[in-house]
Design a protein around this ligand. Structure first.
Ligand code: 2YC
Length: 284
C-alpha cells in the first residue's frame, strides 16, 4: 500500500468542486454520483440520509505517524458530499473515546496498514482499498458507456485491483487480470469466479500484448509509468486508482479526458456512501 505524501493531497480541499465537475465531464457523473453508482445507491436516497449520521475523522500517530492535512482533507471531502464531518481534537485512543462520548455515528481513521470507516451502530467496517477499487471501476463503467460485455484489463491484483475486478465482473464485464506476481492474479480470478459464477475472467501474462487489445483499463498498480505513451491508443479509457499514477505524463496527455485518477477523493466518497448503504440495509 503506497503511503500518501502531503504533496499528494495538499491540492484536494480547495479543488473539490472543480474536480467533481471534471468527473462529470469525463464520466457523466459527479464525485457523489460515481460513489453512489459504486455502492448501488441512488443519489436522492443518499441526499435524503446524508445528515442522518455524523462522522468523526480521528488522526492516528501510530507507525509512521500523521500525514499533514490527511484528516482535514478526508473531512473536507465528506463535508463536500453533504455529510456532517469533523476532525477529532485529539489523536488515537483519546480521539476515538471522545468521538464515542460525543455521540458520533461513525469513525474514519488510518494507520500505516488500513484506512477504514467504521459505522458505530451497524458495526460495519468499510476499507479504503475496497472502496477505491469499486469507485474507479464505476468510473470506468461510466467512461465505457456501460461495461457489460466489454473486455476490461485490470493491472495490479492487490486489494484495490481485486475490488475493482469484482465490481466490473458484477457489471458483466469480461475481465482480464495482470500482475507481475501471477499468483496474485490467480488468487483474484478464483475469488471473483467464486463470487460471480458466470463471470468471464482470464489472466494475461504480457503487459504490452494485453494493452494492445484492451481499450478499457483499470490501472491499480503502485508502479510509475505502467502505461507509457507508446502503449496508449486514442480509444482507450483508463481509470487509475494506483498511487503514484501508473500512467506516464506523455500517456496522460494523449488520454486527456479519458483518464480518471486521484489520490483520495473517489475512495473516501465511496467509503462515505457505504456508511449510509449499511445503515439502510440494517434499517430494513
Ligand atoms: O494522519 C494520519 O492519521 C495517518 N496515520 C494516516 C496514514 C495513512 C496511510 N495510508 C495512506 O497513505 C494511503 C491510504 C489513504 C490508502 C492507501 N494508502
Amino acid at each position: 500500500m503506497t503511503r500518501l505524501q502531503p504533496d499528494d493531497i495538499c491540492h484536494i480541499t480547495s479543488n473539490l468542486a472543480d474536480y467533481s465537475r471534471d468527473l462529470e465531464l469525463k464520466t457523466g457523473r459527479s464525485l457523489l454520483g460515481i460513489a453512489c453508482l459504486a455502492c448501488g445507491m441512488d443519489e436522492e436516497t443518499f441526499k435524503n440520509r446524508q445528515l442522518d449520521k455524523s462522522i468523526c475523522v480521528v488522526p492516528v500517530t501510530a507507525g509512521m505517524g500523521i500525514i499533514s492535512r490527511f484528516s482535514d482533507t478526508v473531512a473536507a471531502i465528506l463535508t463536500f458530499l453533504g455529510c456532517r464531518a469533523a476532525v477529532a481534537d485529539q489523536t488515537d485512543v483519546t480521539g476515538v473515546a471522545h468521538a464515542f462520548a460525543s455521540g458520533y455515528d461513525a469513525l474514519m481513521m488510518a494507520d500505516d496498514n488500513r484506512f477504514v470507516a467504521i459505522d458505530l451502530h451497524a458495526r460495519q467496517v468499510t476499507d479504503n482499498a475496497d472502496a477505491t477499487g469499486r469507485g474507479f471501476a464505476a468510473a470506468l463503467d461510466l467512461m465505457a458507456g456501460g461495461i457489460r460485455g466489454r473486455d476490461v484489463l485490470v493491472l495490479g491484483c492487490g486489494p484495490v485491483g481485486a475490488a475493482g475486478a469484482g465490481l466490473l465482473a458484477s457489471l458483466g464485464a469480461r475481465v482480464a487480470l495482470l500482475d507481475k506476481d501471477r499468483h496474485a492474479a490467480v488468487q483474484v480470478k478464483e475469488t471473483v469466479s467464486d463470487r460471480y459464477r458466470s463471470a468471464d475472467i482470464k489472466i494475461e501474462d504480457h503487459l504490452e500484448t494485453a494493452l494492445s487489445y484492451h481499450r478499457f483499463i483499470l490501472e491499480a498498480t503502485p508502479a510509475l509509468d505502467t502505461i507509457n505513451g507508446a502503449l496508449v491508443s486514442q480509444d482507450m479509457r483508463v481509470a487509475a486508482p494506483g498511487v503514484p499514477l501508473g500512467v506516464s505524463s506523455e500517456a496522460a496527455a494523449l488520454l486527456g479526458p479519458h483518464l480518471v485518477h486521484d489520490t483520495l477523493e473517489i475512495g473516501v466518497a465511496v467509503m462515505a456512501v457505504s456508511l449510509f448503504c449499511e445503515s439502510i440495509r440494517i434499517d430494513r
